[in-house]
Design a protein around this ligand. Structure first.
Ligand code: TXA
Ligand code: MG
Length: 351
């Protein structure tokens, strides 16, 4: 860590102590953090983000010793996931203790816990001595930030007035958010796909030498009822985004799409679309996704954005692509599938 970062952390500890918020770098995306014991800071997080109170916050910890005070139950399955994937991009939702404010849990009886791997985030939590509640540092429903500059664009007034301090830890390495799992003794249910993949979670239990863990069921429950803030329309750009999924490389998708495309009742001509190209390597595609969306949004020569997502097969979305496709589906204001069978997995929709 640089001397400058050490100084910023010292200032951030003070800022948090006086009930303010700090934007923190994590390996996934930047978070807007407040101390879990400060109602003032917790309320400010919701206000800055314009986030509805029904959407619970993730509690970030820096060591496993902080868990007992935060939870009512800590199933063996959760413990084994924590030891395998933490520090890292995995949030474990378990029954909460009374020490977790209802502001954090949005009145639910559970809490999401995560131990991030970014050294600046961990040092800040460690030196604060109290876990930090933090959602992604963007206005509600918008694209998540993966650089300190992205955060500055989200909250210019609050940063100017000193209400939010931005801790710059460089660009985020992963680029998509953590995988959120609800965990009980015998089931792990994925509420939001993310940086730790379903395959890695399955393989972890399968290779366990503890019989009870080998039998843990891994399921998907991706929808906004189970993860209240993960709404159908989320991660949205300012300009309308069209996502085209197609099987195999096509000479040009515009042949199918035509020269004028309707999105939410408005017509956009082909030449006014800014094309965003994703890497074929999912690690790079995830890392660059939000930066590319934000950059394209600022392009004054375009009215709309388009991403072509070439897929190899209609087999289950796997690995990191599950998280990327989930974000694309929610960010898009129109999706089109070409050469694909009608499937809820690859929805063609206009709304
Ligand atoms: O990678 C991440 O998870 C980032 C970094 C900053 O840690 N955080 C993040 O937080 O993405 P946020 O608030 O933008 O998304 C957290 C998601 C929301 O959809 C929320 O509804 C869900 O996790 N969540 C949090 N606590 C929950 C709980 N107790 N039960 C169900 N879902 C929960
Ligand atoms: Mg978010």
């Amino acid at each position: 860590m640089s001397i400058d970062q050490e100084t910023q952390i010292t200032l951030a500890v003070k800022h948090l102590k006086s009930g303010h918020c700090v934007a923190i770098p994590t390996e996934t995306v930047y978070g807007l953090a407040g101390r879990i014991d400060s109602d003032e800071a917790l309320k400010a997080i919701f206000q800055h983000k314009m986030r509805p109170s029904f959407d619970p916050l993730i509690v970030h910890i820096s060591n496993l010793g902080q868990i007992p005070a935060l939870v009512k139950d800590w199933p063996l399955s959760a413990d084994s996931l924590a030891r395998r994937f933490w520090p890292g991009a995995l949030t474990l939702v378990v029954k909460k203790s009374d020490a977790v404010s209802p502001i954090i849990s949005s009145g639910l009886d559970t809490v999401g816990l995560r131990l991030p791997s970014h050294p600046v985030a961990r040092a800040l939590i460690e030196r604060t001595g109290v876990p930090l509640a933090a959602p992604s540092a963007n206005r509600f429903g918008r694209t998540s930030p993966t650089t300190a500059d992205h955060v500055r664009v989200e909250f210019p007034e609050a940063i100017k007035s000193g209400a939010i301090q931005v801790l710059d830890g460089g660009p985020c390495h992963l680029g998509v958010e953590s995988t959120v799992c609800r965990v009980t003794e015998d089931e792990v249910s994925i509420l939001r796909p993310g940086g730790v993949t379903e395959e890695e979670i399955r393989a972890h239990f399968k290779s366990s030498d503890v019989p009870a863990l080998q039998n843990v069921r891994v399921t998907r429950d991706v929808g906004h009822h189970s993860s209240p803030g993960h709404t159908e329309h989320h991660y949205e750009t300012q300009k309308p985004l069209l996502v085209v999924w197609h099987l195999g490389v096509l000479p040009s998708p515009w042949k199918t799409l035509g020269d004028s495309i309707e999105i939410e009742g408005q017509h956009f001509v082909r030449t006014k679309f800014r094309e965003i190209t994703l890497s074929e390597n999912p690690t790079l595609a995830a890392r660059e996704l939000y930066s590319k969306l934000r950059e394209a949004d600022l392009d004054p020569t375009s009215d709309a954005l388009v991403i072509q997502r070439v897929i190899d097969s209609e087999a289950p979305e796997d690995g990191l692509w599950a998280a990327i496709d989930d974000r694309l589906k929610r960010a898009a204001r129109r999706t089109v599938g070409i050469e694909l069978l009608a499937s809820p997995k690859w929805p063609s929709r206009s709304r």
